[in-house]
Design a protein around this ligand. Structure first.
Ligand code: ATP
Length: 363
């Protein structure tokens, strides 16, 4: 029988730099765990990804899909290879299958300026950037994945789907997150990003947002059109706290926002549902640098910290939450120290050196 403080983690390293960054992530998780004590982690390594699809015709077996669902959390590296495609040109993407299958509706993408990491904006206030994009991850325009239609080589159609049941849970998640962030000194505000002036689906999205906002009177709620949000993410991103949006808008704006604070190598992410959580850096498998030992492992390491934070919150396990904070502090310390800046952030440290710098601060 599983002890309350032992968590089973399904690990899918995936393709490209996946193995390299996953090794870093697991080393850091183990170091944080032995520092705080109070819980243990059992890792179940599962094959999956575009390479597996190329070799076996399956990107993730049904058995391993089930095993991932039985774990307490799923930790993902990176998936996809440029030359491996289904017949219709789309990519094998087990992470999307898991997101849809396990109803991981809340895609959480923190965007935070770490001292020492390069900022895209010269304005001194860019050092205060600390926002979270919540990207709905099971419907929206991505509901059309695999169902788009091309008629007579003359017309193509994809359809946006917004449902009340997903939106209600998504907005509650966003307000709850804003409330927890406020305890850490953030403003406590959720911005609904939409295009309600044009699309019925987006007007519906905003209407449900307003309904749920009324249930969180202590948290400020406002709206912003998606195009204006793109502008303001460049003009004054330090003014945002939590932003919640449809799947495709979140796909685009979270990459834009990542560029503000160092790029994809810093972009941690989590896909959360009511019963499951999947944690994965937002970047791809970076085949151009795979196997060279130079990938930035920080997005992976910070995603692993998000996993501990989520497990700690879900299971009321204080030690897990403490370990998550210890990892974030160690990353901040490693970057501020200056000696371990990875190459994509303008430094010269390779994967091993960056990982060592984080581990040193956890020791
Ligand atoms: P996907 O479509 O799967 O998200 P992508 O085509 O957007 O992938 P990525 O794999 O994210 O591409 O890589 C984009 C660029 O960013 C590449 O040049 C890659 O080398 C670089 N990159 C991505 N992740 C990292 C990382 N962790 N460390 C260093 N460079 C990275």
């Amino acid at each position: 029988m599983q002890r309350e403080d032992e968590f089973h983690i399904a690990v899918l390293a995936g393709d490209g730099i996946g193995e390299e960054i996953m090794a870093a992530g697991i080393a850091v998780l183990e170091a944080a765990r032995s520092r705080t004590g109070g819980f243990s982690l059992a890792f179940d390594h599962l094959p999956g990804g575009a390479g597996l699809y190329r070799d076996t015709g399956e990107a993730l077996s049904a058995q391993n899909y089930r095993r991932a669902g039985e774990a307490d959390a799923i930790l993902f590296g990176a998936m996809g290879l440029p030359d491996v495609r289904y017949a219709d040109g789309t990519e094998p993407a087990p992470q999307l299958d898991l997101r849809f299958g396990y109803e991981l509706y809340a895609g959480v993408r923190p965007v935070r300026a770490y001292p020492g990491a390069p900022l895209a904006l010269a304005d001194a206030r860019a050092a205060d950037i600390d926002l979270v994009i919540i990207r709905e991850s099971t419907e929206g325009l991505f509901a059309s994945r695999g169902k788009g239609i091309v008629e007579d080589d003359a017309l193509a159609r994809d359809t946006m789907v917004i449902t009340r049941s997903v939106c209600e849970r998504l907005f509650d998640f966003a307000f709850d997150l804003a409330r927890r962030r406020r305890q850490r000194g953030r403003p406590g505000r959720v911005t609904c990003v939409d295009k309600s002036n044009v699309f019925a689906s987006m007007a519906f999205f905003r209407k449900i947002f307003d309904e749920r906002a009324a249930r969180f009177p202590d948290i400020a709620a406002d709206h912003h059109y998606v195009d204006a949000t793109a502008l303001d993410l460049v003009r004054k991103p330090w003014e945002f706290d939590v932003l919640v949006m449809e799947n495709m808008y979140g796909d685009i704006l979270s990459d834009l926002a990542a560029a503000l604070v160092g790029g994809m190598g810093m972009a941690a992410s989590a896909d959360i549902g009511d019963a499951h959580g999947l944690f994965q850096p937002a970047h791809g498998s970076a085949p151009d640098i795979a196997g060279k030992g130079v990938a930035n492992p920080l997005a992976m390491i910070l995603s692993a910290a998000m996993m501990l934070e989520w497990l700690g919150h879900r299971h009321d396990a204080r030690a897990c939450r403490d370990a998550a904070v210890a990892i974030e502090d160690a990353v901040a310390g490693a970057l501020a120290g200056g000696g371990a800046l990875p190459r994509d952030l303008g430094g010269s440290a390779d994967t091993a050196a960056v990982t060592r710098a984080v581990l040193d601060r956890l020791a």
